[in-house]
Design a protein around this ligand. Structure first.
Ligand SMILES: Nc1nc2c(ncn2[C@@H]2O[C@H](COP(=O)(O)OP(=O)(O)OP(=O)(O)O)[C@@H](O)[C@H]2O)c(=O)[nH]1
Ligand SMILES: [Mg+2]
Length: 405
């Protein structure tokens, strides 16, 4: 059993996994120097001491049986912290990490390494989560805003809200809470691109819409109804924000096993969508069952109806039926042949998913569902005549370091 009070010696690959010229492994902790000394050899392949802080040494990583694993450059970035520059390639790095483990290090991911021995040390849970989300950011805009949260933008605002509540300055706390809640759809979308599912009957033009939205031929398009079976996805940026689009099988009854499976997958994707783009061939008369189903969908989720094939003319009856169940702004005429309406559809999707996008650089943003739910609770508490005593505790819970809590 390891001593829980003792900081462990950790090893982590901090460059991405895959094939590359160089891979960097970090080794840090109280036993890092001994660990490295057991497997590091100099240019003459003789055992040698690891470098001292500020020094870089050329040498080899040598297995216990004397086999050379890799030719490396080892830098000591500070006392007990080493950067081993190995040759890239999954097998080499795996071998080096396995040897460091045999020598006593715990193998961890880059975020854990940063938490224990790097720039995440001292950050609270929110700041670490922001950092982790920033590593997976799909756009520069997302990376910038998440970096600001990692640097403390949201933590500072939450502390200010707690301070306002403790000083019984409820109006100020309410105003800050309200602003944070407004930012949530934007912040959450930056941390996890909204899932937009394109659904509808076979041949409505769903795959054509996906291709037009992504601006490349992601999906097979054909005049044969029932072409798409599997879910096809693609990420694209709209005004600098990433959206995750999914094309699905046309919804219809079928006796064919693959098509039945396709429709099941489509329905499952629709259930998980942040926004549903329901495509209709707008040149044809829509059937009432489809309109009724669409009206039901629109009751509990974000839905946009797409009257596709507008270049073939729009069936007046279909347009009227849609207007009976959806606001005009949510009915988008499009043509995948001429491109008409595609940019407007993209903008409508972005507006539907993210009503407020006016966050200033560096502004505090809520960026995950847990934060949203705590802040919704805080707002309700603040709206009550006497705000609950435990409100500051709930907000503080977000800030606490998960590892120490
Ligand atoms: N005129 C016209 N034809 C279109 C338009 N969009 C798609 N089509 C055509 O309609 C047919 C079906 O298009 P798809 O994009 O494959 O339709 P889908 O909804 O994905 O069909 P399934 O995968 O079978 O469910 C193809 O022949 C397309 O070229 C459009 O806006 N105008
Ligand atoms: Mg298709």
């Amino acid at each position: 059993m390891s001593d829980p009070d003792k900081t462990p010696t950790l090893a982590a690959q901090i460059t991405p996994h895959g094939i590359g010229g160089i891979a960097v492994v970090h080794l840090a902790g109280p036993d890092a120097a001994q660990n490295l000394a057991r497997c590091f050899a100099n240019k003459n392949k003789a055992a040698c001491a690891p470098p001292t802080p500020g020094e870089i040494r050329y040498g080899f990583i040598v297995a216990r049986d004397g086999a050379i694993l890799d030719e490396v450059l080892v830098a000591a970035t500070s006392a007990g912290r080493y950067e081993i520059n190995c040759h890239g390639g999954t097998a080499t790095v795996r071998g080096v990490l396995a040897l460091l483990r045999e020598n006593g290090a715990e193998i961890v991911g880059p975020v854990r390494m940063l938490e224990e021995h790097g720039s995440l040390r001292g950050k609270n849970a929110i700041e670490r989560e922001a950092y982790e989300s920033m590593l997976g950011a799909k756009s520069l805009l997302a990376a910038q805003h998440l970096a600001a949260q990692s640097e403390g933008a949201l933590s500072r605002t939450l502390r200010a809200v707690i301070g306002d509540i403790e000083a019984k300055n409820y109006a100020a706390a309410q105003a800050k809470t309200q602003r944070l809640l407004e930012t949530a759809p934007f912040g959450i979308a930056l941390a996890r691109p909204p899932r937009v599912v394109i659904a509808g009957k076979p041949n409505a033009g769903k795959s054509s819409l996906l291709n037009a939205i992504l601006s490349y031929e992601r999906a097979i398009v054909s005049e044969t109804p029932g072409t798409t079976r599997d879910i096809l996805s693609g990420i694209t940026l709209i005004d600098g924000i990433a959206f995750d689009f999914h094309d699905t099988a046309g919804l219809r009854r079928s006796d064919l096993h693959p098509e039945i499976q396709g429709v099941r997958r489509a329905e499952a994707a629709m259930a998980e969508a942040d926004c549903l783009v329901y495509a209709l061939d707008g040149s044809l008369a829509a059937d009432q069952t489809e309109i009724t189903a669409l009206a039901q969908m629109a009751q509990n989720r974000r839905v946009l109806a797409c009257l596709n094939k507008s270049d073939l003319g729009t069936n007046a009856q279909t347009a009227v039926r849609l207007e009976e169940i959806l606001p005009e702004a949510e009915i988008r005429p499009t043509s995948c042949v001429s491109g008409t309406g595609i940019e407007e559809l993209r903008q409508a999707i972005a507006a539907k998913c993210i009503p407020t996008r006016d966050a200033a650089p560096g502004e505090a943003l809520l960026f995950n569902e847990k934060q949203l739910s705590v802040l919704l609770g805080a707002r309700d508490g603040l709206l009550a005549d006497r705000p609950a005593e435990d409100l500051p505790a709930a907000l503080r819970g977000l800030l606490e370091s998960e590892r120490n809590s």
